[in-house]
Design a protein around this ligand. Structure first.
Ligand code: CUA
Length: 329
């Protein structure tokens, strides 16, 4: 027998819960029901006891003196251990769900989201761009790498039970696997100015075949990589980042995911956030062995262009490409 309270509520027409449209939604709801049930149980218990005791042990006359009470150890242990157990269940249950939700599967399709007042801009790796709409195939894990052009926004899809802040100057991630074909609300869940309430859109979950049709039908133009490659040439990045005895910057070949030693002595693992920082504030974390000669590209590149450059750098695995010198010591 499977307990499915939210389905039951939906069938009774009580619109308390949005549809469970992602692989994670059920698990989130079970935890939520558990918390609600525990809270309800103790609220009822405590209120009834307060009422019962107030009546049962009321003062019956002016001269009445209550008998002194001594503690009962077994009772004390009883009402300490049970709440401890319950809160630990909540903690481990919640933490394990949280960890699951924070760890996108390795094979997830990566899409890019840029929030701005007051719209969501989405780029597919193949080059399709959407505004306030996100098309995804059913059954495939999708990872969103998100940033904001202005203020803090929050990407929220209730039917998927996922929500993540979208911050200026930083990348945040969110992932989900849609399990049901349909259209679902997308909201901004962080007050971001006058039209915050209008900053919404829809997630369209499609059958894989329909999705392929949609992909080929949507005007793609350049893929992210191609756009990034064009920017790379336009800004002459290769002048310094080509490998060779005269290169002034570290090679970018197969750089993503590599652990690199910094001038300061610390080592970091190169991720999207580090690449972004290095494009916009090149001297913030210098790779050991290199001088601070790179100019900043802050103000010259939009967040979308930075994402395109990163997609290009990610694709740099040319045959014969070797790990850049200085990238590992
Ligand atoms: Cu964007 Cu609220």
């Amino acid at each position: 027998m499977q307990l499915d309270l939210s389905l039951l509520l939906q069938q009774t027409g009580v619109p308390l819960f949005p549809e469970q449209a992602s692989s994670m939604a059920k698990d989130v709801d079970y935890l939520y029901f558990f918390l609600t049930a525990v809270t309800l149980f103790f609220s009822v218990l405590i209120f009834s006891l307060v009422f019962f005791f107030a009546v049962r042990y009321r003062r019956r006359s002016e001269t009445e003196r209550p008998k002194p009470i001594h503690g009962v150890l077994s009772l004390e242990v009883f009402w300490s251990v049970i709440p401890l157990g319950l809160t630990m269940v909540m903690f481990f249950w919640g933490a394990s769900l949280y960890i699951q939700m924070r760890r996108p599967p390795a094979n997830a399709t990566q899409l890019f989201v840029v929030g701005k007042q007051w719209m969501w801009k989405i780029q597919h790796p193949e080059g399709q761009r959407e505004i306030n709409e996100l098309h995804v195939p059913v059954g495939r894990a999708v990872k969103l790498t998100m940033t904001s052009e202005d203020v803090i926004h929050s990407f929220y899809v209730p039917a998927f039970r996922v929500k993540m802040d979208v911050l200026p100057g930083r990348y945040t991630e969110l992932w989900f696997t849609p399990i049901k074909v349909g259209e679902y609300h997308l909201f901004c869940a962080e007050y971001c100015g006058t039209k915050h309430s209008g900053m919404r859109g829809k997630v369209v979950v499609m059958e894989p075949a329909d999705y392929e049709t949609w992909l080929s039908g949507a005007p793609a133009g350049e893929s992210l990589e191609q756009a990034g490659g064009r920017l790379f040439t336009q800004f002459n990045c290769q002048t310094c980042h080509e490998q060779g005895p005269t290169s002034r910057g570290p090679s970018l070949h197969e750089i993503l995911g590599r652990t690199v030693r910094m001038k300061s002595g610390e080592t970091i693992t190169v991720d999207e956030a580090y690449l972004r920082e290095s494009i916009l504030q090149p001297n913030a974390k210098l790779v050991a062995g290199y001088e601070a000669v790179m100019p900043t590209y802050q103000g010259q590149l939009s967040e979308e262009q930075v994402l395109q450059l990163i997609a290009y750098i990610k694709s740099l695995t040319r045959p014969g490409g070797q790990p850049g010198k200085g990238s590992q010591k």
